[in-house]
Write a protein that binds this ligand. Structure first.
Ligand SMILES: Cc1cc2nc3c(=O)[nH]c(=O)nc-3n(C[C@H](O)[C@H](O)[C@H](O)COP(=O)(O)O)c2cc1C
Length: 238
């Protein structure tokens, strides 16, 4: 029996040895429910009717508490015939205009976004036990924004963007390394310009929901819905 800690409860892994032999995971309940620690913090936006300010506060807290990638967000797109697909991307900018991420425009997500700009974003900050759900649609960032961000990246990441035919089949790791070597030689010591196929999107929100863990699954949810130039807000049952 492997014993580990998950939150305030005990995580008992009913396998005999290595993780590969684990067939059943039993999270033993602690005083706040299975594997949980007490929550903390104030109620969501009680004195706040601007969802961007709440997001900013929560993100600042996550920046201090998450061990890595507090700006990681799940981006859900969908195929033209309506099948969802999701993956993580990094939020690289945020303000009242929306959430910005960068990617290869010829990737699967790039092609899905070209056909259907409607998306959902999901932030989950495990250390805070909070999530934020965003629904909206994307618009392309300006060329200047994309250039400025691209040029702020490490040189090897800029070369990597040229080398990666993101989401296309890869014959073997060697094929990627060969392309990296080719582009490294091509650009030499000179500038590495932004490829036309690499840019960013801004998610303009229609709905933003804040979710905060509360004891016994009686979680707190507050949703903001776009209404003209402003927002309406209400609480939701958990
Ligand atoms: C934490 C994390 C952050 C990521 N950030 C990005 C990103 O900002 N842009 C990106 O194109 N891919 C990012 N990726 C890789 C994507 O999840 C995905 O593998 C890739 O973009 C291809 O997705 P697609 O085939 O759906 O287009 C990230 C992955 C992880 C786990």
């Amino acid at each position: 029996m492997l014993q580990g800690k998950a939150g305030g409860g005990t995580c008992a892994l009913a396998g005999q040895e290595a993780a590969s032999s684990v067939t059943h995971v039993n999270i033993v309940a602690g005083p706040f429910g299975p594997g949980r620690r007490p929550h903390g913090g104030r109620s969501i936006g009680v004195s706040e009717d601007n969802p961007f300010s709440i997001f900013r506060d929560w993100f600042d807290e996550a920046t201090r508490s998450e061990i890595n990638d507090p700006n990681g967000m799940c981006l859900a797109t969908s195929t033209p015939d309506g099948f969802p697909s999701s993956r993580m991307v990094l939020m690289k900018d945020f303000d009242e205009k929306g959430w910005v991420f960068y990617t290869n425009l010829q990737s699967r997500k790039g092609e899905e976004l070209a056909a259907n700009p409607n998306v959902a974003l999901l932030f989950h900050w495990k250390s805070l036990r909070r999530q934020v759900r965003v629904e909206g649609s994307v618009t392309a960032v300006t060329k200047d924004e994309a250039d400025a961000y691209y040029q702020s990246r490490p040189r090897n990441s800029r070369i990597g963007a040229w080398a990666s035919k993101q989401s296309r089949p890869l014959e073997g790791r060697w094929a990627l390394e060969k392309r990296v070597a080719e582009f490294t030689a091509k650009f030499g010591l000179g500038e590495v310009p932004r490829p036309d196929f690499w840019s960013g999107f801004r998610v303009t929100p229609r709905r933003i929901e804040f979710w905060r863990d509360m004891p016994f699954r009686l979680h707190e949810r507050r949703i903001f819905t776009r209404s003209g130039d402003g927002w309406t807000t209400e609480m939701l049952y958990p």
